[in-house]
Structures are given as C-alpha cells and as structure tokens.
Design a protein around this ligand. Structure first.
Ligand code: GLY
Length: 345
C-alpha cells in the first residue's frame, strides 16, 4: 500500500497570515506561543500526542508528506491498548462495541477523508486517509466503512481489551437504579464521561500543512453516535494558506460551532493560534444551553482546541486548564493550555 500522497496540487509556501495578535479578554494566558521557523517544522497535538508529534516531525524531516507523517504519529495512540480514548482498547458504546471516528485533511491537495462508527479496525486514521486518497467521497460510515477497510486488506479484530471491557461492565452495572443489573463497585468518577481523542496538526519546511483527529468517542455513547472527530470543519480543519486546527473534548459542543474551521478562520483574520482557539471557545460558551452550565455559569464539560499557523506558530486553549503536546522542530514537550476558566471543574 503506498504511503505517500501524490500531489496533484501543490501550493507554495507563501505565508498569508497577518502579523500580530488580537489579544483576548477574560482568559487565562498560556506561556508564550512557540515558534519554529528556525527548524521549519512544527506539530501540535493533544497531551496524549507527545510521541505523535515526535514521530510526525521526525518523518517530515526525513521527507515524508505532512499527512502521512501525522497519520503515523496518531497511529501510536490508536495501537496503544493503554490509551482508552483512541483506537484499539478505546472505551465502547453502551452495547460494549468499540466504534471509531476519524477525519483528516491534506493541505497541499485540499482533500479530506473521514470515517465514522467504524468497527473492528484498529487504525481509523489510515482508513480516513484511504477515503481521501482513493475515493470521490469524503466520509464513509458504519458497515460501509468497515467493508471499505477490509477491501484494502485490513483485518477485522476485537478492539475491546480486557481493561476496556472491565470499564464497560462497571459502567453498565451502575448506570441506573431502575435497571435489572446488580450493583458492583465503580471506580468511575462522577460528572464528566470520558471523551479522550487525539488531534495532530503539522507543518513542514515548505509550509505545507495537514491535520488529523481520531477517537473512540464518548464512552458509553448511543450506538451509531458520531462526534466531532470525523466531521471535517469540526474535529479538524486545514487550509494550506492559513493553518490547521483540531479539537478534543465534548464533540457535540464543537459541532455546533464548526470549531476546527472557525479556529482557522480566526487565524485568517490575523489571530495567533492560541488566541484563535480561545475565540472559538467563547463561541462554544455562547452556544451552550443552560442544562450544560453549572451554578457558576461555567460549562460542565471540557473542550480543547489546538492550532498551528502558516508561520509554524503553535498554540492551544481549553475551557478548563489542560495540557498539550508541541514540537518546534527541535524538541517535543508538554505545555499548559490557555483557558477560559480558572482551575479544574
Ligand atoms: N471529541 C470526541 C468526541 O466527542 O467524540
């Protein structure tokens, strides 16, 4: 199977991002925005993506295409049974079935691919890329997505690990007082249901960008539920002339604002990546119904956006303080996000 994209379209490296930052109000600042133009390469990811940005930047420095590098980066988490938010070992839906979502965009060719509610395939990022490369479509879902993957030689496998099955059994045994299941002890924290996900956005020395997001989605979701991750413009978005952005956290709240696209549009207007992410979060809050707000008026969920612009500047912001992984072309490290709210919920 080929691992590099043919480039029907190649856009030059001319940067169009205006300089300067539109400073946000009412937000908690992250440390400085990181710059990478010395080395020419950069990547930004969710905090579980430290190995992803390391691998993606190394591959790009070896000449690998930006999307292929990003896919190889996030595959580390997809194949890691200990990451219960992505791929193999991800937490299942309410029926105990792991359903995976992923989407990606390739900046130079302006193409996109996605899969949703994909069962039995460990690496939905690769299947989303196959949709991008080999079809005239953008999204395949459910059984059709699985048959598409099998046609390319992927093996159907049980994605539940003993650990993720145990978490599901505990959830099922404690989900309601009026059901027929007998109680067993739970270690499930109350309040926020696990969401997880990995998003990764990259840029190479030529200024070409790509983005990808992959997830097992909201734990215990209604079968068939697709979150923001497989939705181009929500879970991730890439414009090769401007930048790329993506998200982790409560997908439904992101879908309402098309957050990946909106964040790139904020960068188009001249915002630095972190400021663009914060501005998108303000829109999220404005769209949040009262039932999802606490007595303090703050959201009862977490959502984080990550972004890189054409200059190779990276940043991230979340509703509540969180962390993200960044690579400036030389070093990969974990940083604090900027946040709209102070302190943990
Ligand atoms: N952001 C991941 C999800 O909501 O499924």
């Amino acid at each position: 199977m080929p691992t590099t994209l043919s480039r029907r379209t190649f856009l030059g490296a001319a940067a169009t991002v205006a300089g300067g930052s539109l400073l946000p109000h009412s937000a908690y600042a992250a440390p400085a925005i990181r710059r990478s133009r010395v080395a020419g390469f950069a990547a930004v990811s969710s905090a579980n993506g430290l190995r992803a940005v390391e691998r993606a930047v190394r591959l790009m420095q070896e000449g690998t295409d930006t999307l292929d590098a990003a896919v190889e980066g996030v595959k580390i988490q997809e194949l890691d049974p200990n990451d219960m938010s992505v791929g193999y070992g991800g937490l299942p839906n309410e029926d105990g079935v792991v359903q995976l979502d992923a989407s990606c965009m390739h900046g130079p060719s302006r193409r996109a691919g996605a899969v949703a509610a994909l069962e039995g395939i460990k690496t939905p990022s690769e299947i989303a890329r196959l949709v991008l490369k080999h079809t005239n479509h953008i999204m395949l879902v459910g059984e059709g997505a699985k048959r598409f993957a099998l046609s390319y030689g992927y093996a159907e496998e049980d994605l539940l690990t003993p650990r993720s099955r145990e978490r599901w059994l505990r959830w099922r045994a404690n989900r309601g007082a009026a059901d027929d299941w007998l109680d067993v002890a739970t270690d499930e924290p109350t309040g926020m249901r696990p969401t997880g996900t990995i998003n990764c956005n990259v840029i190479n020395e030529a200024g070409d960008l790509s983005s990808i997001t992959t997830t097992s989605g909201l734990a215990w979701k209604i079968p068939g539920r697709a979150g923001d991750s497989p939705i181009v413009g929500a879970g991730q978005y890439c414009d090769n002339e401007i930048g790329a952005a993506g998200s982790t956290g409560r997908g439904e709240s992101n879908i309402l604002v098309c957050g990946g696209f909106l964040t790139v549009e904020h960068m188009r207007r001249g915002m630095a990546p972190t400021d663009a992410c914060l501005e998108t979060l303000r829109r999220v809050v404005a769209m949040t119904p009262p039932r999802l707000l606490g007595e303090d008026g703050q959201t009862d969920f977490q959502l984080t956006f990550y972004a890189v612009n054409k200059k190779g500047e990276i940043g991230a912001a979340s509703l509540y303080p969180s962390r993200y992984a960044g690579h400036d072309g030389t070093t990969a490290s974990i940083h604090d996000t900027a946040s709209l709210y102070k302190g943990p919920r």
